[in-house]
Design a protein around this ligand. Structure first.
Ligand SMILES: Cc1ncc(COP(=O)(O)O)c(C=O)c1O
Length: 386
């Protein structure tokens, strides 16, 4: 038996409709959108427009032009941070941020004297949005918040943060890597300046495609990270200033965009609320089962209402890297140990530098999978205490 418990890294299985849409595009179209005057190039362009519209609908962005495609969320976040922050700006971040946020900010602190404050969180990673009020200063320009921790699943109160960002006139940048596709996200309703997403996790698309939704007035002030060919206003040497071309230089990952468009349509047909309800049920089952095992420490909220299907743990008497190896080699269970590219989150949780073993559920996880994982963990616990 094989059980995939690494959905926080990427969702391994994809809906049939995604595979079919990609195969059809690759076999029958596969021409460059916006770069040819013939029917197949125009059709490729139409597929991109359709996917853009599907994503705009999915995230409740008013205009599909506000959806910009990038290779992944790391690039999207780099564009947002490096395109908006200037000399001496101050940023507020949560203690759960991934290196996709922390490393660009660290680079910006060296290049542009940008400073940042980590908003305090409790040992479960829960952030009190009121901390924004205490940390905001005259140079504060931006709040950057992950919607949920990729280590222990803790959900961040975006709504309250978005309100405060609006009140204080700050940019609000959301990292939805761990929640887009499994928690509802309303770009306009959250007062977000930029909502960054990655296609290959809970959105159930392929790897190599992500992007962001951006407010029009924010896009005007945001500098592009790259310039180059866009297939538009080719007589000009300067980068177009309009969306989405301003931020989409070079040939797009059209195959990935087609796959992501189909994935988003699939999720809309089911309803993210239903996806979330199932995830909560299975997360509850996993947490209840883990609590009954001897020698297991669980990190994070330990409450499916306050977290995603990502659960962090350590087992007494075995290193988490070794536990990962045993689960894989002996039982066919795929997990991720260590620091998960999020040392800051581990510092918040008190699990730095040893890290944790991460079990992350996904859309295709079943009750049987959870039973099997619990059973195997029980066997490892028993072997350690025998
Ligand atoms: C919270 C968070 N942000 C950013 C990323 C980076 O995602 P990608 O590798 O798709 O750019 C991840 C992925 O691990 C993540 O979990």
């Amino acid at each position: 038996m094989q059980v995939y418990m690494d959905n926080a890294a990427t969702s391994q299985r994809k809906p049939e409709t995604v595979l079919k849409a990609m195969e059809q595009f690759f076999k029958e179209i596969n021409c460059n959108p916006g770069r040819g005057g013939y029917e197949l190039s125009l059709e490729a362009g139409r597929r991109v427009i359709e996917a853009r519209a599907a994503l705009a609908g999915f995230f409740s962005a008013e205009d599909p032009g506000q959806v910009v495609f990038t290779p992944n969320i790391t690039v999207a976040l780099n564009i947002a941070l490096k395109g908006l922050l200037t000399q001496g700006d101050h940023v507020l971040i949560t203690g759960l941020e991934h290196n996709a946020v922390v490393r660009p900010l660290t680079a910006l602190s060296k290049e542009r004297g940008v400073t940042y404050t980590v908003l305090p969180a409790d040992s479960r990673g829960i952030v009190d949005p009121q901390a924004v009020i205490e940390a905001v200063g005259p140079n504060t320009r931006m709040i950057v918040a992950t919607h949920a921790s990729n280590v222990c699943g803790t959900i961040v109160p975006l709504e309250e943060m978005g309100k405060l960002a609006k009140e204080y006139g700050l940019y609000f940048v959301i990292d939805s890597a761990q929640t887009a596709g499994c928690l509802p996200l309303d770009f306009e309703g959250l007062n977000a300046s930029v909502l960054a997403f990655t296609g290959h996790k809970h959105l159930l698309g392929p790897m190599g495609i992500g992007g962001f939704c951006v407010k029009k007035e924010v896009a005007e002030r945001m500098q592009p990270l790259y310039e180059g060919g866009t297939g538009s206003i080719s007589d000009r040497e300067e980068q177009p200033g309009f969306l989405p071309d301003k931020f989409e230089s070079g040939t797009l990952n059209t195959l990935g965009i087609v796959g992501l468009g189909a994935a988003v349509e699939y999720l809309r047909s089911i309803g993210v609320d239903k996806v979330r309800a199932k995830e909560m049920e299975l997360t509850g089952k996993l947490l209840n089962g883990l609590r009954e095992l001897p020698g297991i420490t669980i990190y994070g909220p330990q409450d499916p209402r306050l977290q995603t299907g990502t659960v962090a743990l350590n087992m007494h008497g075995i290193d988490n890297a070794e536990l990962c190896y045993v689960l894989d080699q002996k039982f066919g269970i795929m997990t991720r140990p260590g620091l998960h590219c999020a040392p800051l989150a581990h510092k918040t949780l008190g699990t730095f530098p040893e890290g944790v073993l991460r079990l992350s559920l996904g859309h295709f996880t079943t009750e049987e999978d959870i039973d099997y994982v619990l059973d195997c963990l029980r066997k490892v616990c028993q072997a350690l205490t025998a």
